[in-house]
Design a protein around this ligand. Structure first.
Ligand code: 0RA
Length: 658
């Protein structure tokens, strides 16, 4: 999960670029990409920028999947360019009669050309990936390709997708591979600043998903105390087995071994790892051709079906369910389960809102079969682990039963009192969710100030008392009984789910399309934000995915000199502004550190933090669900030193980059 700065003045809507029937033209080649970059790479912000790197790396990974490449390196250079290099076969450079140019130039200048040349691997089509290296070339102000192939080294350079000269031979070479260096075009992207953590996360994920491939990331812009650049090497010999261990490293696991399979069913490669832990969350992450299918699909359906049927039949045969007085539901088999599924599909059909839901129906049976066979073998061979797992399932079913009773009680009580909005909510007058905002404010006193300072037409305030329940460690029925959590659900207008899909939300009823967390700018405040974010991540992920969750950024300092006043949000600002104001000599500069929201009056809070014209909201987005899951389990878990280390490393509101 990552916070991106969203200034609210003049939102850019990439769909509204002034196209009408008259000026539709057949866009050819890379011009099309430069005219509508968002159509090809998703967006022109942080995400799209990093997507350029993934695009090239995906091509190197394709070489690795074909068995031609073992090492991939990504380097962020001091001039802001990125170099990716691999030891694959190298992009072919031979002359193409039909196109009247080299194969290299075709790959780099013709949309989707890469795939035509390189058919022997599982090409990614549709979705966000797989648009081709030519897209990267189109969106780069400069790109250099260095190819090692057939005992020679070749070079060609481009500017915004146009070759500066034909490919040339520059000398002999004893290796093979492709080295691409590019500078993202400032005229296209809103930011061209590459983020080490974002790239490192993706390379780590790729290492787990493609065992045996070594991926190295280096940032030459950042030197450590020994003058060494920041660098990490990711390599996994055990693939998803290690991925699951990594995801669960801060959880208490239930069984010794990760259950693992790597097989092929009906021509579909399926790799899968799973492990149970003592938590109450389901953490199942699915991938198709290395793409995180966050909306799930047929592979997930097949996994669930295989898991449920195999465990159920084992539990029944073993007699452990004989005394159980209520049914076990599908959910119960997945409580405390961490699993990663990775399939390779030749022609994937991606559906759903974000095109990350797998539609190919034959994958369902393949995964179902793979899971059923392997899991029943495992259970037969490991009776001790089998018993532990079945007991966990029974515990989940029992808790769900108790939760339903608690929920019914709560809802009955709600019905008696009219079931209206929470008493603590100061609602806004507008009823159009699209323009309405709700501030979740730490503490009653800051809540009071916010109530006075707000624009009541569209801003609602909900004070939260003390720390909200740590949902990471609480059982379901505790969550439904918690006052603060019930209040949040009620205020937002989404009811607590029904039994069958307890975490499905009725988002149409959502009363605000901005949910803004506002806490003190200190360690306690950041802990509370994290608790609230965890709650949304676990129970209302859809709200984050829709881009509705934000964090308010109150200032850290107020600097005064005579009648002049300036707010500062960072240390750098404080130093700069203190210096600026300090230049005249007559009166001295006074610096006030805001320790909490409570130190601001209503007007100040409005001016700095709530007024849409001047405030900065940080939008919470999920880049990698798997990494978000791991970090939340760490932040909310028992390992205090680890948590402190993370918060200190990401100081200033414990900014969370996942
Ligand atoms: C087209 C055809 C072949 C490989 C590639 C492209 C290729 C592209 C990239 C981009 C980064 N690294 C890459 N490595 C390879 C097939 C080559 C052959 O058949 O010999």
């Amino acid at each position: 999960m990552k916070e991106t700065e969203t200034l609210e003045i003049g939102k850019v809507n990439t769909n509204e670029n002034g196209y009408s029937a008259e000026n539709i033209q057949v866009l050819e080649g890379l011009e099309a990409v430069r005219k509508r970059p968002a159509m090809y790479i998703g967006d022109i912000g942080v995400r799209g920028l990093h997507h350029l790197v993934y695009e090239v790396v995906d091509n190197s990974i394709d070489e690795a999947l074909g068995g031609y490449c073992k090492n991939i390196e990504v380097t962020i250079n001091t001039d802001g360019s990125v170099t990716t290099s691999d030891d694959g076969r190298g992009i072919p450079v031979d002359f193409h009669e039909k196109e009247q140019k080299s194969a290299l130039e075709v790959v780099l200048t013709v949309l989707h050309a890469g795939g035509k040349f390189n058919k022997d691997t599982y090409k990614v089509s549709g979705g966000l990936h797989g648009v081709g290296v030519s897209c990267v070339n189109a969106l780069a102000s400069h790109l250099k390709a260095e190819i090692h192939r057939d005992g020679k080294e070749y070079v060609q350079e481009y500017s915004i997708g146009k070759p500066l000269y034909p490919v040339k031979e520059v000398g002999p070479s004893s290796k093979t591979g492709t080295i691409i260096t590019f500078v993202p075009d400032k005229d296209i992207f809103t930011t061209v600043d590459f983020n080490y953590e974002i790239l490192a996360s993706r390379l780590r994920e790729l290492a787990f998903l493609n065992k045996g491939v070594k991926l190295i990331i280096t940032d030459l812009r950042e030197l450590d105390e020994n003058g060494q650049p920041l660098s990490e090497t990711f390599f996994s010999s055990e693939g998803l087995r290690e991925f699951v261990r990594y995801l669960d490293q801060n959880r208490e696991i239930l069984t010794e071994e990760v259950i693992y399979l790597d097989t092929e069913k009906n021509g579909i490669p399926v790799e899968l790892a799973l492990q149970y832990n003592t938590s109450y969350n389901e953490n199942v992450h699915t991938y198709v051709n290395n793409i995180n299918t966050i909306e799930g699909g047929t592979h997930l359906a097949g996994f669930r079906r295989g898991l449920t049927r195999t465990l159920k039949s084992y539990a029944e045969k073993s007699g452990m369910l004989d005394k159980l007085k209520f049914d076990i539901s599908g959910d119960d088999f997945r409580e405390g389960l961490t699993a990663v599924i990775s399939c390779k599909v030749a022609e994937p059909q991606f559906e759903g809102q974000t095109k990350t839901k797998l539609g190919n129906s034959d994958v369902m049976g393949a995964v179902d079969q793979a899971v059923s066979e392997n899991l029943s073998n495992f259970l037969e061979e490991h009776p001790k682990d089998a018993k532990i797992i079945v007991n966990k399932v029974i515990l989940a079913a029992t808790a769900r039963h108790a939760a339903r009773k608690a929920r019914e009680l709560v809802q009955r009580k709600g019905a008696l009192t009219g079931g209206g909005l929470p008493g603590k909510l100061a609602d806004c007058s507008n009823r159009n969710p699209e323009v309405c905002e709700i501030y979740l404010v730490e503490g009653d006193s800051a809540g009071g100030t916010a109530k006075q300072g707000r624009d009541r037409s569209f801003q609602a305030i909900m004070p939260l008392r003390g720390k909200i329940l740590n949902v990471e460690k609480a059982m379901m029925h505790k969550i439904y009984e918690n006052e603060e959590i019930k209040n949040i659900f009620t205020a937002l207008g989404v009811h607590i789910g029904t039994e069958e899909d307890s975490k499905a939300l009725n988002m149409e009823k959502l009363r605000y399309h901005k949910v803004i967390i506002m806490t003190d700018a200190d360690v306690d405040g950041s802990h509370i934000s994290t608790l609230i974010m965890t709650f949304f991540f676990r129970y209302m992920k859809e709200l984050i995915e829709k881009g509705y969750l934000y964090i308010a950024t109150p200032p850290l300092y107020l600097i005064k000199k005579g009648k002049q006043e300036q707010y500062c949000w960072t240390e750098e600002e404080r130093i700069r502004i203190t210096e600026e104001l300090g230049k005249g000599k007559e009166s001295s500069v006074h610096i006030q550190r805001y320790k909490g929201l409570g130190e601001m009056n209503a007007e100040q809070l409005w001016d700095t933090t709530m007024n849409p014209e001047f405030r900065t909201l940080r939008q919470i987005t999920i880049d990698s669900a798997a990494e978000a899951d791991r970090i939340f389990s760490m932040l909310m878990g028992d390992d205090v030193p680890l948590r402190r280390e993370f918060i200190e490393k990401h100081a200033k509101y414990a900014k969370i980059d996942i």
